[in-house]
Design a protein around this ligand. Structure first.
Ligand code: UDX
Ligand code: UDX
Length: 493
């Protein structure tokens, strides 16, 4: 039944004069991924009076959230989920029901880069966001606060509002933007003690309702409120600035290698300037993760859309530099190993995009492995958290062109020249080289005499994370190539 316009107006007045009380609040979150899952688990743990229902289309993901084997690896997450699951935290695929029952609905579905049509390779694919908005509208009654948790192009809230208003005649809506700044691997600490929480919106009542949730454990002065567009844009901007710092130090790492400067020393020297600060200055084989590249490309697309070509070009360079860094690493490996890695075994240590996560999205390891495979190397990969099938799927994806075509030779190489092992030492046995692509702590304490003993000579070690003590390793006999450092040849070479 459709309610008349006068009813809607009454509802809005009622809402304004009857603010949502936290003890009556029900939250639903659509999307049980790396962001939705941990964020909702933390809200449920910290706010025992609020019912939190996380829903997802993917049944197996939901089954995993309901089991002892959570679908994502994140230090500390198990304890947070266990504290609230079955009390005020539920995971299910009952999307319609969860929407109907909730007062506040978070949208936390993925927004990947478009691979087709207008804006392919740059714009965000908003298909899932639009579908969510329509589903919310169809199932909502009364008044709902809809919260954009997913990272979105600035002004998406306008579209969400229009869809909600035009598809629903039984409900009224406020739309808020509340981007998540957690980083994988430290998500629980980031959620528990964030630098800030950002809430953008138009309705003071809706903003206050969401503030009151976070205020259960976060000091009020760390909850920032802005208008909708500033909030949406701040998330893209934060990620662009962070990625820019990594690309900046990586650019300098190339210059260090050419000149004999040491990138870690340069980073320390500039990082002690309080205006620059020490964080995000670790040179690496290249940044990965689901956000940095996608969000910058999205920013570039937006700038182009608004006719800001020079601004677009400026930000695009951050991604160009990252691609250069990854390519430079694999090319240096081939060049160093006498210009051929064909039929040589190379041990790959680490496949995740950073330590303490099983996430491989846009991991530099995928592209390094692809390049080495195409040089006909035999790869033996070890990662403590990433399952073999995920690695193979990632390599297939990286070798597939824009038209969805995977060449027979790439397919053959992935099938025959990739071995995945669950022991780090096995990856380096009989290898000509080892490449460290993720900074897992366990790599620091390996028995390197044992590793060296079983490798071919010269024994090359390519440290894509500047994790190891080069001096010590070159004394054992390794030839070390690290990022932004002079190459360390063995002491007796
Ligand atoms: C998040 C953010 O939401 C995204 O905008 C940001 O840029 C990256 O981080 P993330 O949680 O990492 O995404 O994504 P993912 O782990 O892929 O989880 C999204 C979930 O949404 C998946 O489990 C997927 O099954 C679910 N989904 C997707 C739905 O339930 N419904 C849909 O219509 C689409
Ligand atoms: C990032 C943002 O930090 C977070 O605020 C946002 O919500 C999501 O995107 P995430 O991608 O999970 O988080 O991890 P982050 O720690 O930012 O690392 C991203 C990539 O940059 C990783 O591949 C990491 O190894 C790399 N990196 C980071 C460096 O190479 N050097 C650094 O100094 C820092």
């Amino acid at each position: 039944m459709a309610f008349p316009a006068s009813f809607k107006a009454t509802l809005i007045v009622f809402q304004a004069t009857h603010p949502l009380l936290i003890e009556d609040m029900k939250i639903c979150c659509i999307g049980a991924g790396y962001v939705g899952g941990p964020t909702m688990a933390m809200i449920a743990k910290q706010c025992p009076d609020i019912d939190v229902h996380v829903v997802d289309l993917n049944q197996s993901r939901i089954d995993a959230w309901n089991s002892n084997q959570l679908p994502i690896y994140e230090p500390g997450l198990d304890d947070v989920v266990q504290a609230a699951r079955g009390r005020n935290l539920t995971f299910s695929t009952q999307v319609d029901q969860a929407i109907t029952e909730a007062d506040v609905i978070f949208i936390s579905v993925n927004t990947p880069t478009k691979t087709f049509g207008i804006g392919a390779g740059r714009a965000a694919n908003l298909e899932f966001i639009e579908k969510c908005a329509r589903q919310i509208a169809r199932n909502a009654t009364g008044h709902k606060i809809v919260v954009e948790k997913s990272t979105l192009p600035v002004r998406t809230a306008k579209a969400v509002k229009r869809i909600l208003a035009s598809e629903s005649s039984n409900a009224t809506f406020d739309v808020l933007s509340n981007p998540e700044f957690l980083a994988e691997g430290t998500a629980i600490d980031d959620l528990l003690d964030p630098d800030r929480v950002l809430i953008g919106g138009e309705s003071p009542e809706a903003i206050e309702a969401l503030c009151s949730v976070y205020a259960n454990w976060i000091p009020r002065d760390r909850i920032l409120t802005t208008n909708l567009w500033s909030s949406e844009l701040s998330k893209l901007t934060a990620n662009a600035f962070l990625a820019q710092r990594v690309s900046s130090i990586n650019a300098i790492s190339a210059l260090c290698e050419a000149t004999g400067a040491d990138v870690d020393e340069v980073a320390r020297a500039i990082g002690t300037d309080s205006r620059i600060g020490p964080k995000f200055l670790k040179a690496s084989v290249g940044f990965g993760g689901s956000c940095f590249q996608k969000d910058i490309l999205n920013l570039v697309y937006l700038c182009e859309h608004f006719g800001l070509r020079d601004v677009a070009k400026y930000w695009e360079q951050v991604v160009v530099m990252n691609d250069y860094q990854k390519r430079r690493f694999s090319e240096d490996m081939v060049k160093t190993m006498f210009n051929t890695v064909s039929d040589k075994k190379i041990g790959i240590w680490g496949f995740a995009f950073k330590k303490d996560t099983n996430d491989t999205r846009e991991s530099a390891a995928i592209y390094i492995c692809r390049d080495l495979l195409r040089e006909r190397a035999r790869l033996c990969i070890y990662d403590p958290r990433v399952p073999e099938q995920q690695m193979r799927d990632d390599l297939i994806y990286a070798c597939t062109d824009m038209n969805g075509h995977l060449s027979k030779s790439d397919e053959w190489l992935i099938e025959n020249n990739v071995t995945v092992v669950d022991d780090c030492y096995e990856a380096s046995d009989d290898a000509h080289a080892v490449a460290i692509l993720t900074e897992w702590d366990e790599f620091k304490t390996l028995d390197f005499d044992k590793v060296y003993e079983k490798m071919h000579r010269p024994s090359f070690l390519f440290d894509g994370r500047n994790l190891l003590d080069q001096e010590k390793l070159s004394q054992i006999g390794f030839e070390i190539h690290a990022i932004g450092k002079a190459h360390h040849r063995p002491k007796f070479d």
